[in-house]
Write a protein that binds this ligand. Structure first.
Ligand code: URA
Length: 190
């Protein structure tokens, strides 16, 4: 399915209780033909108001992190595990992630990225391994169904604890290296 059709179908989704509280659906952003996809947790306040993922404080840091490895939103596709804001920014519940999962699967299928970067433990736990330990396993690579998956600390965690930034910088270097190995188009014009 084309990304626009998926977005259109998702717009009227009421598969979980989060739908009732949303101002706007936060479906995805970036390049639907990207070789690299980033997957966060769920929208926060700014995202809910604007309908675009990662536009609040964590999003500003994410943009800076992308810049560090010569990427921007035109070279990646960004989505979340859940498309509607959880109340008071609580973690999305397992049943909400499960209800929203088919939308994400459609997005992954449409983009067909070579590399998937999980932002934080919630995405890593849902997409890499339910027992994923972000403190121990961030920056490692996992081959799942022919795609390369990794997880890095969520930018919100880096805002709360800047001490984690040097490790994330190393992880970003690893991501740049993996992109050079696996992707043909991403660094074309860099
Ligand atoms: N945190 C997320 O995980 N996703 C967003 O879109 C914003 C903040």
């Amino acid at each position: 399915m084309e990304m626009d059709s998926i977005r259109e179908a998702c717009r009227s989704c009421e598969l979980c209780g989060l739908a009732a509280g949303r101002t706007r659906l936060v479906f995805g952003d970036g390049n639907p033909q990207a070789e690299v996809m980033l997957i966060g947790e769920g929208p926060g306040e700014q995202e809910d108001l604007q309908g675009i993922p990662f536009v609040g404080p964590a999003g500003k840091l994410l943009d800076t992190m992308l810049e560090l490895i010569d990427l921007d939103r035109s070279k990646v596709y960004i989505a979340n595990m859940v498309k509607c804001r959880p109340p008071h920014n609580r973690d999305p519940r397992d049943e909400e992630i499960a209800a929203c999962r088919p939308w994400l699967e459609h997005q992954i299928k449409a983009v067909d990225p070579k590399i998937i970067i999980c932002l934080g433990r919630i995405a890593a736990g849902a997409l890499i391994d339910k027992n994923f330990r972000i403190t121990r396993e961030h920056g490692q690579w996992f081959d799942i169904d022919g795609k390369e998956y990794t997880a890095i600390y969520h930018p919100s965690a880096l805002l709360r604890d800047p001490g984690k930034r040097p490790e994330t910088f190393e992880d970003l270097r690893g991501i740049r290296q993996k992109i050079r190995e696996k992707c043909e188009r991403t660094y074309d014009r860099v």
